[in-house]
Design a protein around this ligand. Sequence first.
Ligand code: SAM
Length: 244
Amino acid sequence: MITLVKALTAQVLGLMLTSTLTLLSPALLHGPGYLVLLQAAAAALCSYILRQPYWWVPIHLLFVPSAMIMFTLQLPPGLYLLALLLLALVFWGTVQGDVPLFLSSAAVANAIAAIIERENAQSFAELGAGVGSVAVPLAQNLPIIVKAWERAPLPWLIMAWRCRKLPNLSVKRASLWDGNLAGYNIVFAFLSPAVMADLGQKISGEMLPGSLFISSCFPIPDWHAESLVTLKDRRRTTLFCYRL
Ligand SMILES: C[S@@+](CC[C@H](N)C(=O)[O-])C[C@H]1O[C@@H](n2cnc3c(N)ncnc32)[C@H](O)[C@@H]1O
């Protein structure tokens, strides 16, 4: 929630800055286009000063200009409500700090399948499983028990539909922080750098000795990975494999 408050503050401060500048220097009032660009730049500057993460700068730069362009399109207001609803269902917990949805590639699922076979694993869990890009092909192709946690309603619903004929895959609509990882030979997560230290604590407290934790893209700070697997997919994904 603090993220949204900061974003709103950046826009309001940007507006105040723009108003002050135009009052002090009316020459800036060349038309609405100039004002919109000035507001966008001022909000981006305020976001930087408020120490929001760097990706907020382009969001602030685009926010008011896009709103103005959409306004000129005169779309029915219901469309905005629909778009908001869809975004909320996909990015459910993001305002509370949950990691947003990005999908793993087929190469990630294949690499994990190879690890499962090599390890002769019987059980696999995925934390924040999205639409099932990894969990579903694994359950389809391997004789393994798969458990997936996903909190966002729409990705969860899509995954639940995809695995409706897979008795070895169970999907829980719950926070990954509430699941117990003790019963799984291999646990996989593709989350964000922000949560990796806490996740490391959860894993070391719950996973059994000898089991394997695989993190896509983001290492656990100060942990030594047993192996790294670098893939040739678009993201050049690295899988960090940690032996408990
Ligand atoms: C980067 S995506 C990865 C999706 C999937 N694992 C994949 O590799 O394609 C992260 C997912 O974790 C989910 N997520 C984030 N925080 C969560 C939480 N606390 N509990 C459950 N799911 C969470 C998000 O909704 C999102 O679908």
